[in-house]
Write a protein that binds this ligand. Sequence first.
Ligand code: GDP
Length: 450
Amino acid sequence: MNRPPAGNDTIAAIATAPGAGGVGIVRLSGPRALEIARVLAGREALPRRALRAVFADAAGEPIDDGIVLAFPGPHSFTGEDVAELQAHGSPVLLRRLVERCCELGARPARPGEFSERAFLNGKLDLVQAEAIADLIAAADLRAARAARRSLEGVFSRRIESVAATLLRLRIHVEAAIDFVDEPIETLGIGQVRADLARLGDDLRILLAEAERGRRLRDGLHAVLLGPPNAGKSSLLNALAGDARAIVADIAGTTRDVLRETVRIDGLELELSDTAGLREGGDAIEREGMRRAHAELQRADVALLVLDARDPQAGRAALEQASAGVPARLWILNKADLADAAARPAAADEVRVSALTGAGLDALHAVLRNLASGGAPEAAEGEFSARTRQVEGLRATLDHAMAAAAELSAERMELAAEELRLAHQALGRITGQTSADELLGHIFSSFCIGK
Ligand code: GDP
């Protein structure tokens, strides 16, 4: 594996969340971690055994008392010598402990530096390291479980299996180029093409699963759109229901676009209640329209709200406005006022009443289905993914398909080059072939102490 060596200095940071708590943990990693812990505690901790100790300053004055844990490398999280000091969860004391560690030869860790060292020492690949941050930030149990599976290597192993096939195909294509006149044992080109087609199928399945994993992490972005008074705000409130407690207002909320993040049954929905789309209007209305269009640009699904009493009114305008959105769902609201028998709902329609709550369960079910990409709830083996990883898989698939086209045209050199690019794009996902600036970008978004 082509990775730069990990740092040879010792880092220290508070690993527990900021603020006061029952217990706080200071973590050390690097060649002097165990020695610093020994000086602080006045005694040597046995590997992986809790040692009760008083942490003292240079004058022997106690800072706090607590527990020391020693994890000698390479059997530690970072692969280096690691020590953990568990103390009382006072931010003042914990900061003093880090300071004391630095007096003894450590330096403060940068955000994500522990995970970065674990990656650089080959303890984790990049997908697993990113899964740690996603696990910590997971908004619900389903997202947390998915992140855990990525951390355990479920996603990484799938990528490695594709990489192994790609490598095998590359070898055969390169051999066919180099030994064109020699009767050596290579797969026939027909076989390589068949294997490549199968690889394309595998990649498409993996891509769809990664897309679902990304949506689990990022949430489904739904925009609520409809003519004034159709009941969009009422619907948003009804959908939020008990989730209100965790509804977060996003900075930048204006009276034109009210944005709230609502979690329903473990799925994150961003609902944008946009002002009715009208042509013309004054400067403020035009700004409202511009925002509504911007919301639609990044939407995964448009929830188009109409009045069930007159479901044609405003329909054409909504159809036009939501033309580019990947999925659309018509919601006929105010069903309590309409005569249901007069017009049964079509396949892509849900009849609801924000007022009485009728039909909301069915709407939840449809939204859940959209968010999970049609997969059964909490699918077995579900893993978390990031946009970066999804894009990497897409690039891999594009190059693999380009390679198949070159093979069909018997342009072997070009096919070999496309296979190389596919392999490289795949390697970037797990960090086997990653540029330094990419690594810096990823780890700097982590919390300190992780
Ligand atoms: P918006 O402009 O689309 O956000 O619409 P509002 O949510 O402000 O609702 C407009 C009016 O319709 C309000 O007076 C609501 O109380 C009423 N309304 C909304 N949903 C329903 C419903 O399902 N049934 C009935 N009867 N009234 C509703």
